[in-house]
Design a protein around this ligand. Structure first.
Ligand code: ADP
Length: 319
């Protein structure tokens, strides 16, 4: 391995820059050249690829977003488009590609690997929905952002005896909602793992009011229901003012926390180690504090993320 490429893809996450920096600095220290691909698979297809040096990643470790840019590029599902991408990599003499992104980006990396081009996947997403890792890069930063928002909602909800519904990101994974509900002291948690039963929720909210609760905060994962309609339903049934807040893209921005910077740096350097050891078609994770790697095809097709039943039980006790 003499030259490697690196790209960020899918939804951006705080810490992606630190991961790119980790790849670049670790590779250069081993005498390997690094090429940055702009705007994910789109830039790969359009051959927007540039050589990076040490300075290319100066002053980025503390920055949110991704300086390489990211894109949604559904065309990458087309084999001809991927073939062109591989040809572009070959023009530059790039032997392997590090892809930093979520499970969608892993699909692209898996397909390139199946076409004979070695990729290493690094989990970069605030959703924590990637198999084979306890934490994804960006997740814990986003968690702090969500908690900050919930704390603010709590102040105003409590003052007005209001019910608040807060919609949290995570796509089809409830981790961000569950953890932010525990840390933010929310009364009710609704995630893809628990499902939404409106009648049950209403009964619990009414019970809380009966017990004299001044306010209620309901944390719910995005894409489950229309939260404004849910708020109206609860308000109509309880007579208490109920407001929904969709946190949205606020959750994706901001400076990465120390944990995410360190995790990203470690994973970036580890990806380079794996490539130098001759591995390809792997994805990196951290499990029980140790860096690990799994077959990327296996990770997508067979591995499942564990549901944190222990934490759901804890949450039940705390409310
Ligand atoms: P994330 O990586 O955050 O999950 P997406 O699901 O949008 O975000 O995926 C990012 C990109 O990965 C897509 O825009 C597309 O370019 C590529 N991708 C996703 N699914 C596939 C697939 N089945 N085959 C090839 N490329 C894919």
């Amino acid at each position: 391995i003499k030259k490697i490429g690196v790209l960020t893809s899918g939804g951006d996450a705080p810490g992606m820059n630190a991961a790119v920096r980790g790849v670049v600095r670790a590779a250069l220290s081993e005498g390997v050249e690094v090429y940055g691909v702009y705007d994910g698979y789109q830039g790969l297809h359009q051959n927007r690829i540039e050589k990076l040096n040490r300075q290319s990643v100066s002053d980025v470790i503390n920055k949110g977003g991704t300086f390489l840019g990211s894109a949604r590029f559904p065309e990458f599902r087309d084999e001809k488009v991927r073939q062109q991408a591989i040809e572009n990599l070959k023009i530059h003499g790039i032997d392997a590609l590090v892809v930093i992104g979520g499970d969608g980006s892993y699909m692209g990396a898996k397909k390139l690997t199946e076409m004979g081009y070695p990729c290493i996947g690094l989990p970069g997403t605030i959703d924590n929905d990637v198999a084979g890792t306890d934490y994804t890069i960006g997740y814990l930063t986003a968690l702090n952002t969500v908690i900050d928002a919930i704390d603010r909602l709590r102040d105003t909800s409590s003052s007005h005896q209001r019910i608040s519904i807060v919609e949290v990101m995570g796509r089809h994974c409830g981790d961000l909602t569950l953890m932010s509900a525990i840390a933010g002291g929310c009364e009710y948690i609704i995630t893809p793992e628990t499902g939404l039963n409106k009648e049950n929720l209403l009964a619990k909210v009414k019970e809380g009011i009966y017990k004299g609760k001044k306010h209620a905060i309901i944390a719910i994962t995005e894409l489950m229901t229309d939260v404004n309609e849910l708020a109206k339903y609860i308000e109509d049934e309880t007579g208490r003012e109920t407001r929904a807040t969709v946190l949205g893209h606020i959750q994706r921005g901001g400076q990465p926390t120390a944990f995410d910077r360190i995790l990203a740096s470690r994973m970036g350097a580890y990806a380079v180690d794996l490539l130098l050891e001759g591995h390809g078609g792997r994805c990196v994770g951290i499990q029980n504090e140790k860096l690990v790697h799994h077959d990327i095809i296996d990770a997508i097709e067979n591995m499942k993320r564990p549901v944190r039943t222990d934490l759901y039980k804890l949450a039940d006790k705390l409310f």
